[in-house]
Design a protein around this ligand. Structure first.
Ligand SMILES: Nc1ncnc2c1ncn2[C@@H]1O[C@H](COP(=O)(O)OP(=O)(O)OP(=O)(O)O)[C@@H](O)[C@H]1O
Length: 125
């Protein structure tokens, strides 16, 4: 991490946003799970808008899952860098991150079901 100057700089912010966008693109192209989660998020937000229910909890859950998948990708890359050979600690790190994504995904499915299903049922009956 570099820190140059104290004043807020639009150019520095733009540069950081560029790196963040590159990270999103790299994860999207290299991680099938991330692609699936992105399109599930698009579907869930679209369904919430169509059903006219609160979009905020859906967006929050989607952001949580996608952010954790990005962290998971980062952890996997660092673990592969420092421990290309099998190591119990490497397994712990990767399995714990996978568990974190799973917990967020299952929780988000619960929120989506609680928010979307009653409205969908009302729309269909
Ligand atoms: N260096 C290692 N040492 C010990 N176990 C490892 C190591 N690398 C991977 N593993 C084990 O293999 C599992 C799968 O690791 P891998 O790097 O293939 O993740 P992945 O299947 O690509 O995950 P994702 O689907 O989230 O991208 C890990 O969760 C871990 O249990």
């Amino acid at each position: 991490m570099k820190s140059g100057g104290s004043a807020w700089s639009g150019r520095r912010f733009g540069r950081s946003a560029g790196f963040a966008w590159a990270g999103l693109r790299q994860t999207y192209t290299s991680q099938p799970n991330f692609r699936i989660e992105v399109w599930c998020a698009v579907l869930a937000v679209g369904a919430a808008m169509w059903l006219r229910v609160s979009v905020a909890p859906i967006v929050l859950c989607c952001a949580l899952v996608l952010a954790l998948e990005l962290v998971n990708t980062a952890v996997e890359a660092v673990v592969d860098l420092v421990s290309p050979q099998w190591h119990a600690l490497a397994r712990t790190a990767k399995d714990a991150m996978a568990g974190a994504v799973l917990v967020a995904a299952v929780g988000s499915l619960g929120v989506a079901a609680a928010v979307l299903l009653p409205a969908l049922w009302a729309r269909l009956t």
